[in-house]
Design a protein. Structure first.
Length: 676
C-alpha cells in the first residue's frame, strides 16, 4: 500500500493553504430506512423514466413510438412473411399499423401459463421473438422492449391478431390489460397483426402526430425493402392548409434505395448518370446461416449539400456507426487504388472527407444480432459490421471503377481537386482573436469583444455601417462583437466555387469566425458561442438573412447542427401612450398590441423603425441585443427533414429560376396580401 496517498498535499502551489475536510451532512437514520427502497414492477419503470427507453418526452420521442410499431411490421416483411403494411392516422393522437404477416402468437406462454404470449409481449420488458434468431434472421427489435414500451406510454392500445383463420383482440390502458384476450370471430381471408394506439397525454403533454413526418417515415421504410408495399392513409381533416402530404398513397420502391435517392435529389446536378447502386450478400456466419445483406445508392454531386443516410435492419442510424466506417474505408482505399493503377501519385492525398463531401449516400445493412448505442438505436456499434461492409463494398467498387474507366478518371480528378483545396485551406492559418481586427478590411470592420471564452460570447452580423454603428453602441463590450456586412452577400447556392473563393465579404466573415468552411470546418475553433444574424425587420432584411442562412447551410452546416446560428428579432413598431411603451413585430402584432395593451380610444403614438441604423440605441439594446429581454430564433435542420431542407434550399436559392417560379405558383394561394 502506498502511504503517500494518505499524506496531506504539501506541494508549493498549495503551501499555506491546507486542504479542508468536509464532513458529510448528518442524515437522520429514520429518514432513510427499508421502507424508502422502492421496487418498480411490470411497466412502471417505463412510465416513471420514459427517457431511458425512448430518449425523452418531446416530439421526437413521441414519433419514436410510431417507429417502434412500424419496425415490428417491417421485421415481418424482411423475414419474408409480410408483403403489405397499412399505416393510418385516424386522429391527431391515434395511429393504426397493420401487417399481413404471421400474427403474434396467442397461445399460453410456457413460462407464464396464466397469460398468452401476446400479453407477455405487451406487458413484460425484454420479451419477444428476436433473441434466439430462430424467428428472424435479422431484425430491428433486439431488446424485446419496443411493444411493451409503446403500451406503457399509451393512453390506450388495441391489438388484433388474425391467425389460423381466427381473429383475436385485446385492449390495454397505460400498460395494463383492460380486457382478456378474446376470440372475436373468424378471419378466413385475413392474417397478421393490427395495432392501434394513442400516446398518453399525461406523459407527452398533449403532443400529436405530424402527418408529414409519419409519411416520410413510411417512405424511408418502404425504400429499405423493395419487397414491401406500405399503404398510407390519413384523415383529410388532419391535414393543414399548405401541407403537401397526400391523404392516401401506395408507397412502393421497386428499385429500393436507388428510387428513394433519385426522388430526393430531383434535378440536382450529378457527376454520375445513373447513380452507383448495388447489393451484396455479407459473408456467412459461423453457424452456416447468411451473415446479412448490404444495399447502397450513391450520387456524386457537382454542387449542393452532401448527405449520408444509413440504416441497420431498417432502423435509421443518424449518428452513423461501424457500417458507415466500413463504407468510408472502402471508398478511400478504392479510389487510392484506382489512382495507383492510373499512375496518379496525387491520389495518395485523398481522405474520406474529400469523397464524402461530394456524395449523397443511402446505405442499408442487414446483419444478425446488431449492437446499438442506446435504446433509440441512433448509432451502430457492432465492430464486425465495419469489416463486413468494407469487404463486400470494396470488391464491387473495384469492378465498377474498372468497368467505367473514363467515368472513374473524371471522378478521381474531381476528388483530387477537393483534396488539394482542403490542403490549400489548411495552409491558411486561422486568425487568432488578437489579430482579427487588424486583418479585416470591411467598412466599419469587426468590433470585437474582450472576453476570451468563446462559449460566453456572440457576434452580430449586421447590414451596413449605419446598423453597425448603432449595434456597437447598444452592445455589451465584454461579450458581444459586431461585424457589418456590405449589403446583400453572394448567393452561394447559385454561384460558382471560384466566385465563392473570390468574394471578399465571405472571406472576411469566415476569417472572423475562425472555424473554416466545407471540409476544413472545425467547430472547436469557432471564436463565438452564438452567431446572430441581425437584419432589418422588412423584406430586404429577410432576403439578406436568407442569403446568410444559405451560406451557413452550404458551407458550414455543422455550425447549424451544433446549435450556434440564430436570428435576431428586432421589432418593426414602437407603440407609446403616456409612460407605457410596447414593441410590435409586424402589422398584425401592432393591431393586437393596440387592442391588448392600451385602453379603447387611447391615442397611441405609432413609430415605424426604418431600419436598425435609424433605431435609437436604447430601443435596439432593449428589444434586440440585451440577453435578458430579447428574443432569438435558433436555426435548425432536423435530421429527419434533411432531404426536404436540401430540396427547398435548392428550389428557392439555386441556379434554376423555374424551380422558384414553380414554388410561387404552387404556394401563391397560401400567401397573404401585404399592404406595402
Amino acid at each position: 500500500m502506498n502511504d503517500d496517498l494518505f499524506k496531506s498535499d504539501t506541494s508549493p502551489a498549495r503551501k499555506g493553504k491546507p486542504r479542508k475536510s468536509v464532513a458529510p451532512a448528518a442524515v437522520p437514520a429514520e429518514d432513510y430506512g427499508a421502507e424508502q427502497i422502492e421496487v418498480l414492477e411490470g411497466l412502471e419503470p417505463v412510465r416513471r423514466r420514459p427517457g431511458m427507453y425512448i430518449g425523452g418526452t418531446d416530439d421526437t420521442a413521441y414519433h419514436h413510438l410510431a417507429s417502434e410499431i412500424l419496425d415490428n411490421a417491417m421485421d415481418e416483411a424482411v423475414a419474408g412473411h409480410a408483403s403489405v403494411i397499412d399505416v393510418a392516422l385516424e386522429g391527431p393522437r391515434l395511429l393504426m399499423v397493420r401487417d399481413n404477416g404471421r400474427g403474434i402468437p396467442v397461445g399460453a406462454h410456457p413460462k407464464f401459463k396464466d397469460r398468452s404470449a401476446l400479453e407477455v409481449i405487451f406487458t413484460t420488458l425484454h420479451a419477444g421473438g428476436k433473441f434466439s434468431g430462430k424467428a428472424y434472421d435479422t431484425s430491428g427489435g433486439l431488446h424485446g422492449v419496443g411493444s411493451s414500451v409503446v403500451n406503457a406510454l399509451s393512453e390506450k392500445l388495441e391489438v388484433e391478431v388474425a391467425r389460423d383463420r381466427i381473429l383475436w383482440r385485446q385492449e390495454y390502458a397505460r400498460g395494463l390489460p383492460t380486457t382478456k384476450l378474446e376470440q372475436v370471430g373468424n378471419a378466413p381471408n385475413r392474417r397478421g397483426t393490427t395495432i392501434r394506439f394513442a400516446p398518453d397525454p399525461q406523459i407527452f403533454n398533449q403532443l400529436s402526430f405530424s402527418p408529414a413526418r409519419l409519411y416520410r417515415l413510411c417512405c424511408s421504410k418502404a425504400a429499405l425493402f423493395r419487397g414491401v408495399t406500405i399503404r398510407w392513409n390519413v384523415a383529410p381533416e388532419l391535414l393543414k392548409a399548405g401541407d403537401e402530404t397526400p391523404a392516401e398513397a401506395t408507397i412502393h420502391f421497386p428499385n429500393g434505395l436507388a428510387d428513394s435517392l433519385s426522388a430526393e435529389l430531383g434535378p440536382e446536378p450529378s457527376l454520375l448518370a445513373p447513380l452507383w447502386t448495388g447489393e451484396a450478400e455479407l459473408p456467412q456466419a459461423t453457424d452456416g446461416r447468411t451473415g446479412g445483406k448490404l444495399e447502397w445508392a450513391v450520387a456524386f454531386l457537382e454542387s449542393g449539400n452532401a448527405s449520408m443516410t444509413s440504416y441497420c435492419n431498417t432502423i435509421p442510424t443518424p449518428q452513423g456507426g461501424t457500417h458507415e466506417a466500413g463504407f468510408r474505408a472502402a471508398l478511400v482505399k478504392g479510389f487510392r487504388a484506382w489512382g495507383d493503377q492510373r499512375n496518379n501519385k496525387r491520389a495518395a492525398s485523398i481522405t474520406a472527407e474529400d469523397i464524402l463531401g461530394a456524395l449523397a449516400v443511402k446505405l442499408s445493412v442487414f446483419i444478425r444480432d446488431p449492437h446499438f448505442q442506446g435504446q433509440t438505436k441512433e448509432k451502430l456499434t457492432t465492430q464486425e459490421a465495419s469489416r463486413l461492409v468494407e469487404g463486400a463494398l470494396r470488391d464491387r467498387l473495384d469492378h465498377w471503377l474498372g468497368g467505367n474507366p473514363s467515368q472513374a478518371d473524371n471522378l478521381l480528378a474531381f476528388v483530387i481537386e477537393r483534396a488539394e483545396e482542403r490542403l490549400r485551406r489548411r495552409e491558411s492559418k486561422d486568425t487568432p482573436r488578437k489579430s482579427a481586427t487588424r486583418r479585416l478590411r470591411l467598412p466599419g470592420k469587426l468590433t470585437d469583444c474582450t472576453r476570451e471564452n468563446a462559449a460566453e460570447t456572440e457576434i452580430f452580423l449586421v447590414e451596413g455601417d449605419s446598423a453597425g454603428g448603432s449595434a456597437r453602441q447598444a452592445r455589451s463590450r465584454e461579450t458581444q462583437a459586431v461585424l457589418p456586412l456590405r449589403g446583400k452577400i453572394l448567393n452561394v447556392a447559385s454561384a460558382t466555387a471560384d466566385k465563392l473563393r473570390a468574394n471578399q465579404e465571405l472571406r472576411d466573415l469566415v476569417e472572423a469566425l475562425g472555424c473554416g468552411v466545407g471540409a476544413s470546418f472545425d467547430v472547436s475553433k469557432l471564436r463565438y458561442g452564438r452567431v446572430i444574424i441581425m437584419t432589418d425587420a422588412d423584406v430586404d432584411g429577410a432576403h439578406i438573412a436568407s442569403l446568410l442562412m444559405t451560406f451557413f447551410y452550404r458551407e458550414m452546416p455543422d455550425l447549424i447542427r451544433h446549435g450556434h446560428l440564430y436570428l435576431a428579432q428586432p421589432p418593426l413598431y414602437r407603440l407609446t401612450h403616456g409612460a407605457k411603451t410596447v414593441y410590435a413585430m409586424d402589422d398584425k402584432d401592432r393591431e393586437r398590441c393596440i387592442k391588448r395593451e392600451f385602453k379603447a380610444n387611447a391615442k397611441v403614438e405609432v413609430s415605424r423603425f426604418k431600419g436598425l441604423g435609424e433605431m435609437p440605441v436604447r430601443d435596439l439594446k432593449e428589444t434586440t441585443m440585451d440577453p435578458k429581454r430579447r428574443t432569438l430564433l435558433k436555426v435548425v435542420t432536423p435530421a429527419e427533414d434533411r432531404a426536404l431542407t436540401s430540396e427547398r434550399v435548392e428550389s428557392l436559392m439555386g441556379r434554376r429560376p423555374e424551380l422558384r417560379f414553380r414554388f410561387i405558383q404552387d404556394h401563391a394561394r397560401s400567401a397573404e396580401l401585404l399592404d406595402v
